[in-house]
Design a protein around this ligand. Structure first.
Ligand code: FES
Ligand SMILES: [Fe+2]
Length: 371
């Protein structure tokens, strides 16, 4: 504060420059983070649900998670419960996890197998094509026809073994929505990697607070004492391309961190190493809570390799926990009403600049300005 108690005039008060397309040099002038209120307000979360999570393809898991007919994966996308199911013909189907009678959920969240889709509430039965097949004890009525009450389908597609769903019937096909991801991952045999484990975390911060953290390596020396030993921080590079933030860190002594770390708009991460990969989904639960679901995959799951893989997973989870701590503290200060915006590093926070640009674009379309 200045002597008269006013907040100092800083770059905060200058108009934000327009962001050039990916690949062009930084514009002149200040590059500032999103305003603190956008990390805290319910109306922003509701706008993000409509403008982003309903409209964008969402990674939910791997084809290898659903090998047999009847295998399913049930999850939630900002309040929309959905499931993906392997049908008898081998194709993937996806529906809202919502019975057409009185909206109970059909499947418990998580991965499982079901031969019959039977609602636990009143026993209605659906087939894998979403058709209503049985309505036990419903009674007879001339106005009621089972074919009028199917499950509500959603779009599902896969790319190189990764399954995506999209709630918006009008969205572009998945293949046109992956941006630079296919080219970046082309050198890596990701289909060969098999899942070993999953880890789920819940943190008390807005999903953007955690995403900001993921999309920069600037904090590694301060927050990750183990990780900083394993990489050459002076060679850490952050760039962005269409829909993707790319982080690369030269590794020391054959550590597990060699490869690329990708963040993919709007809420997926994919880190690929020579002998495996991990994926994560950054799932907003509301404006102040976020769930993070990590999956760990390896090229070789033979028993002699497992102890090393377990160690890799534990190391990764330890790093994630280190991130939570600092994100929850930042969230508290973002909510406290003093901080407004912070300047973004041209050396290390290009990923945030790109992410914030996408958010500004998406949210302007649903009436959230001033970002
Ligand atoms: S809500 Fe599913 S059978 Fe009634
Ligand atoms: Fe981190």
């Amino acid at each position: 504060m200045t002597a008269d108690g006013a907040l100092p005039q800083t770059a905060l008060d200058l108009p934000m420059p327009d962001l050039p397309p990916p690949g062009l040099p930084m514009p002149a002038g200040p590059v500032m983070s999103l305003p603190a209120w956008s990390y805290c307000e319910r109306r922003v979360y509701e706008a993000e649900r409509k403008a982003i999570f309903f409209k964008e393809w969402q990674f939910i898991g791997c084809e290898k998670d659903l090998p047999q007919p009847g295998d399913y994966l049930a999850t939630e996308i900002t309040g929309w419960r959905i499931f993906a199911l392997r049908a008898r013909d081998g194709s993937l189907r996806a529906y809202y996890n919502m019975c057409s009678h009185r909206a109970a959920q059909l499947l418990e969240p998580g991965k499982g197998h079901c031969d019959v889709l039977r609602c636990a509430y009143h026993g209605w039965v659906f087939d894998a094509e979403g058709r209503l097949k049985a309505t036990p004890h419903f009674g007879e009525a001339d106005w009621f026809n089972k074919k009028d009450f199917p499950l509500t389908p959603i779009r599902i597609d896969s790319w190189r073994g990764l399954i995506f769903v999209c709630l918006d019937p009008a969205a572009k096909p998945l293949a046109e929505s992956l941006g630079a991801l296919p080219d970046l991952v082309a050198p890596y045999p990701i289909e060969r990697f098999a899942k070993l484990d999953e880890a789920s975390f819940e943190m008390r911060c807005n999903w953007k607070t955690y995403t900001d953290n993921f999309a920069e390596g600037y904090h590694i020396p301060g927050i990750h004492p183990g990780l900083i030993q394993a990489i050459d921080f002076n060679g850490f590079e952050t760039t962005f391309a269409d829909r993707v933030v790319i982080m690369k860190a030269p590794q020391k002594n054959g550590s597990i961190y060699g490869g690329i770390w990708l963040w993919i708009w709007p809420n997926m991460t994919l880190s690929v190493y020579p002998d495996g990969m991990n994926t994560s989904r950054i799932l907003p639960l509301d404006e102040g809570r976020t769930q993070l679901i990590y999956n760990f995959y390896f090229a070789d799951l033979s028993p002699e390799k497992l102890p090393a893989h377990r160690q890799t997973i534990e190391t990764n989870c330890g790093i994630v926990r280190e991130d939570f701590g600092i994100c929850e503290i930042s969230q508290g200060n973002l909510a406290a009403g003093i901080h407004q915006r912070g300047p973004l590093s041209p050396r290390h926070e290009e990923g945030l600049r790109y992410y914030h640009h996408r958010l500004r674009q998406a949210l302007a379309g649903v009436g959230i300005g001033g970002l």
